[in-house]
Ligand binder design. Structure first.
Ligand code: NAD
Ligand code: AKB
Length: 321
């Protein structure tokens, strides 16, 4: 049996994907890797863990060869706001990293998961019920790397027969690890600030509508598309998936049903607002429903209830330490 390699494993998604993969396929079969150097003793908690810079092809080769890797979940990337602050680095990590992963996959015959994003769309894309196949002319460096990534994954599938699969993920909401430099991070911050301080200053305007998804649904979607029968996948790279289309004001209102005094004010960050304004307000993910049975479990109210309960437990545990 081959093993599963996860790059960028210490980030928002990897922190929950790695335990889910280990639960399903066995703890020893999932190798977590990241650029981050763990503090002394820290590696034991996520073992098997290795330092891996995906822009260094020889490091990837070494890990794939040594652990007999058969599947790669390639999560390492700079997200939209971080990428806009460092476009050259974003190109290097997001494009060279993916190219190196695809090359090693070609050499060793690995299956590859590529997390694309709603960032592949731009101002000329229809913004409501954005179709699966539509205009993709993003105006961010993040979106450009994600469109190029989708195309590169399709190329490796067609040209070299590599089993590449991807999802266009919306903003992900989670409580395990903090998000890393995205435009949709406000949603996670709003929940954590609601529990800690009962107030939050939001960097997007109250009526900015974007797609979101709770992390358990995102993890299920990734594992589901990777296990789907290949013949059913009409759009390998990548499927639109969503769970809800919401604004900051609507999330705040949902939180207020549990924390009545929760106060939100708005101090717009022009960079992240411009990114959000270039993205869809809602996605049409009917192709994913049809082709491989995608169905989210959490809507806004279910996510809000679970997020607040988990965050309160986390805070209580931290205070009891
Ligand atoms: P994150 O920023 O939380 O984590 C990314 C991880 O990659 C970090 O731990 C970082 O240390 C690591 N990394 C950075 N450069 C690296 C390098 N050169 N080599 C190896 N590791 C490196 O991101 P995330 O939210 O976990 O996202 C993972 C993937 O999913 C990304 O490709 C992102 O574009 C995509 N995605 C995320 C979301 C979301 O809302 N979180 C939405 C759509 C798509
Ligand atoms: C970001 O905001 O950059 C990510 C994404 C939607 O790709 N969360």
């Amino acid at each position: 049996m081959t093993t599963i390699l996860v790059t960028g494993a210490l980030g928002q998604i990897g922190s929950e994907l790695v335990p889910a993969l280990r639960e399903r396929y066995g703890a020893d079969r999932v190798i977590a890797t990241d650029l981050k150097v763990l503090p002394p003793g820290g590696a034991a908690a996520v073992a098997p863990y290795g330092h891996l810079d995906c822009t260094e092809p020889h490091q990837l080769h070494e890990v794939v060869r040594r652990y007999d890797v058969g599947t790669i979940y390639h999560l390492a990337a700079l997200l939209s706001a971080s990428a806009e602050a460092a476009p050259q680095l974003a190109w290097s990590v997001n494009m060279s990293g993916l190219y190196n992963v695809l090359e090693v996959a070609r050499e060793y015959g690995c299956q590859v998961f590529f997390p694309s994003s709603i960032g592949v769309f731009g101002p000329s894309t229809p913004r409501d019920a954005t179709p699966q196949v539509t205009i993709q002319r993003p105006t961010t460096i993040y979106g450009i790397t994600k469109v190029a990534g989708e195309l590169l994954c399709d190329y490796y599938a067609q040209r070299f027969g590599i089993d590449t699969r991807g999802l266009r993920l919306p903003g992900l909401v989670s409580y395990v690890a903090a998000p890393g430099g995205g435009t949709t991070d406000y949603a996670v911050e709003m929940f954590t600030h609601a529990v800690r301080y009962a107030s939050y200053t939001c960097f997007l305007s109250a009526d900015t509508r974007l797609d979101m998804m709770y992390m358990p649904d995102a993890i299920a979607a990734m594992m589901h598309v990777m296990e789907a029968e290949a013949g059913r996948l009409r759009y390998r790279n990548a499927y639109n998936v969503t769970a809800m289309s919401v604004t900051p004001a609507e999330i705040a209102e949902a939180i207020r049903r549990h924390i009545p005094g929760f106060g939100v004010d708005y101090e717009i960050d022009p960079v992240r607002q411009a990114i959000a304004d270039s993205w869809p307000r809602s996605l049409d993910d009917s192709a994913a429903h049809r082709d491989w049975g995608w169905a989210p479990r959490f809507d806004l109210d279910a996510m809000t209830k679970d997020m607040l309960a988990r965050l309160k437990d986390k805070l209580a545990a931290a205070r009891g330490r």
